[in-house]
Design a protein around this ligand. Structure first.
Ligand code: F0G
Length: 478
């Protein structure tokens, strides 16, 4: 059969509140055109992130009931530990409440001024946690990984030559860790090949530097290896996963992605001294090492989720569904990062809307129109997110993308068809889209709270906005 169906039936449903364009216009004005400020009840299809938005299975809900909430030595920890160890056999597995908590602990131990952490591409929280210690985060993805429309099977690969050159230049003693982010989220959800993992490990061994994985989307990465890397066509996903981690010395993990749960994470490693230091920090900020910021029932849900995420049928549906969305957009001439990533499709808004200057935020303009047109919430990854400089000036980001991140097991093919139809409609009238202007922003991480106005907005609307804003400011000072 050619038709790919969801390999699950629906037992429990959550209603979606349908809205019309007029209602959405008013929600958006109230949210100051910032999609993070919308009430999620007013969103029809939420593609803001694939993180923590998975739908849990009947088995996961059932395993939560046996969660043992003992402070120490809970059997739920044993089940969690066994499930993680089966895939990622590191000698120390330390649960945390989410991925960035694992990063914070790891880099507090190894990061300090004068040190460098190398990665294919650091995710924002990884970079922020490294920089917070005074160390520098260096991205060394292959050149192909930075060209949006260039098709390459493993655009997340590490540039091995640059990796070795960097180590030689700065000295291995200043590089406590090399990381590989699988899949490479900030580079478009692109996978890393087994060959590249092995080559990275070889360089790390040569210079005696540990290799860690940022493992958030490890199962999706394994599926891409099976699909695209010669020699792996007939290898089971679980064997590919085990091989991937056999080359690593540890990992950070956000269970909110490929452990199919809504909260959780872990830090794992073989180095006993680092592990001891990590457990000491864990007790300060997360909790006792057998629960580390999670309830016993959360550990149970992760254990079951890890069994389900390496299922061949699940991964086939997951990756095919993202691919289906990407293929339809490409066929309609909408520029996207190619090939499609595992968890998301990234629209190249700068190429789609060349009449909008990057400093008038084509990504934000497209994301806003997608919400107005069909109630779909996506995320700008471009000049709004990265354009603000430390000195307060502004610079266009290398790309202006809009990420359509697909939550796991949540939406069906007809939901995806709805997203496609909306984007096709927008594409037909794309010349009418206008840029945006920021009217207020915080000093850092402005994408979460900046306030915008459309460039074509009526003067009256501007006046109302400014009045409302001044009033709010006054109320806050009172
Ligand atoms: N590493 C990668 C590659 C990620 O994508 C994320 C989160 C993290 C680390 C941090 O994990 O959220 O559990 O603390 N990515 C989410 C996203 C937020 O929307 O892409 P966390």
């Amino acid at each position: 059969m050619r038709t790919i169906i969801e390999p699950f039936r629906i037992k429990s449903v959550e209603p979606i509140r349908m809205t019309n364009r007029q209602e959405r216009t008013s929600f958006l004005e109230k949210a100051h055109y910032n999609l993070f400020a919308l009430d999620s009840e007013n969103v029809i299809i939420d593609l803001l992130t694939d993180s923590g938005t998975s739908s849990m299975s009947a088995n996961q809900w059932a395993s939560m009931m046996r969660g043992d909430e003992s402070y120490a030595g809970s059997p739920s920890f044993d089940r969690f530990h066994k499930a993680v160890y089966k895939l990622m056999p590191f000698t120390n597995i330390i649960p945390t409440h989410q991925g960035r908590a694992a990063e914070k602990i790891l880099f507090s131990i190894i990061g300090k001024p004068g040190k460098y952490i190398l990665n294919n591409t650091h995710f924002d929280t990884t970079r922020a946690n490294i920089e917070f210690t005074g160390a520098e985060a260096i991205d060394l993805v292959i050149a192909e990984g930075k060209i949006p429309n260039l098709v390459h099977p493993f655009k997340g690969n590490m540039d091995i030559e640059r990796l070795e050159a960097f180590i030689k230049e700065k000295g291995a003693e200043n590089i406590p860790l090399v990381m590989l982010t699988i899949t490479n989220n900030s580079g478009g959800g692109q996978p890393v090949s087994m060959e590249n993992i092995k080559q990275t490990k070889y360089i790390c061994m040569k210079y005696d530097i540990p290799l860690f994985m940022d493992a958030c989307r490890f199962a999706e990465n394994a599926y891409f290896i099976q699909l695209r890397e010669p020699g792996y066509e007939n290898v089971a996903i679980i064997d590919i996963v085990q091989e991937m981690f056999s080359y690593a010395d540890g990992c950070t993990m956000s269970a909110k992605k490929d452990a199919l749960v809504n909260m959780g994470g872990w830090l794992a490693m073989n180095n006993p001294e680092w592990a001891e230091a990590a457990r000491n920090l864990l007790i300060l900020t997360e909790g006792f090492p057998t629960y580390g910021g999670l309830a016993g029932r959360d550990l149970e849900a992760i254990a079951t989720g890890l069994e389900e995420v390496v299922d061949q049928d699940y991964l086939h549906y997951r990756i095919s569904s993202t691919q289906y969305l990407a293929d339809h957009l490409t066929a309609a001439g909408i520029p996207i990062v190619r090939p499609a990533g595992g968890h998301a499709v990234y629209i190249d808004a700068r190429s789609m809307l060349p009449h909008i200057d990057p400093l008038e935020y084509p990504g934000q303009a497209l994301a806003v129109e997608l919400y107005l047109n069909a109630g779909i919430r996506a995320c700008e990854i471009g000049t709004v997110m990265f354009g603000l400089q430390m000195d307060g000036s502004e610079k266009a980001a290398p790309m202006d993308l809009v990420r359509l991140a697909i939550p796991r097991r949540v939406y069906t093919q007809s939901h995806i068809d709805y997203v496609i139809e909306s984007l096709l409609e927008i594409n037909q009238n794309k010349e009418s889209l206008k840029g945006m202007k920021i009217v207020w922003q915080p000093k850092q991480l402005r994408h979460f709270s900046a306030r915008f106005l459309p460039m074509n907005c009526e003067c009256q609307q501007k006046e109302n906005f400014i009045k409302a804003f001044q009033q709010e400011e006054q109320e806050e000072t009172v």
